[in-house]
Write a protein that binds this ligand. Structure first.
Ligand code: SAM
Length: 217
């Protein structure tokens, strides 16, 4: 039994994060752009609970080397298929139509070589199997922690995996009841309390979302 055996959104909606991005559904495109603006342009990023790979690809597109993990096999299958098309440039016109900057001819030409060199890799793997210590410059863990039974264990895994920082987001649960895929939700203050002794900075990425930058040191 994994934490998301019942996470059926991919069966129902396919690669729905890509659709959300292009449609800016619930402000998702702005949210992604705000997350990307917090990341460096180079280095190695771990995308924990990467789903269908939209944020992994956005990170790769800005120059990062990406390792995306998710314990949902269908999600990883979608991430691999859709990202292969994205690397080949099939969505560049769609991205530019929604206001993303065009890639330089050099960056566009290098995408396939970068992907072939292992700069955009996915694995069907639980975040709880992470054993890496400082193997990534940074990590993103976006709308995942509310879905797991042991969030404190996940937090420790994320903290250990990075050299610099991790961006963690979760829906603001103020006045809400947990959804069908949620183990728990937090108010902002309860989430900051949950982060306890870790050093972190609050981020404002989207209304209705709690977001922090959690530092390794
Ligand atoms: C709401 S989706 C978020 C996807 C992506 N981070 C985004 O925001 O675009 C939550 C994801 O967390 C994944 N997930 C849940 N528990 C996990 C675990 N223990 N290890 C890895 N992934 C997990 C789910 O399969 C799902 O793809």
């Amino acid at each position: 039994m994994t934490d998301n055996d019942e996470f059926r959104k991919y069966e129902i909606g396919g690669a729905y994060h890509w659709k959300w991005y292009l449609a800016d559904y619930l402000g998702y495109r702005t949210f992604v752009r705000n997350i990307m603006a917090e990341l460096p342009n180079a280095g190695r990023v771990l995308d924990i609970g990467c789903g269908d790979g939209l944020m992994s690809f956005a990170s790769f597109r800005r120059g990062l080397s990406v390792f995306g993990i998710d314990n949902n096999e269908l999600a990883i299958g979608l991430a691999e298929i859709v990202c292969a098309d994205a690397v080949a440039g099939k969505f560049e016109a769609a991205f530019q139509a929604v206001g993303d900057d065009a890639l330089s001819p050099d960056a566009q030409a290098r995408k396939s070589a970068r992907a072939a060199a292992g700069e955009l890799v996915f694995a069907c793997r639980s975040a709880f199997d992470l054993t890496e210590d400082g193997a990534f410059d940074c990590a993103i863990c976006v709308e995942v922690i509310e879905h797991v039974a042991e969030p404190a264990v996940l937090l420790a895994k994320i903290h250990r995996a990075v050299r610099n920082f991790a961006i963690i987001t979760t829906p603001d649960g103020t006045g809400e009841t947990p959804g069908p895929y949620d183990h728990q939700i937090w108010t902002p203050q309860a989430f900051y309390d949950f982060l306890g002794g870790y050093r972190f900075e609050k981020l404002d990425l989207r209304s209705g979302t709690i977001a922090v930058k959690l530092f390794r040191d």
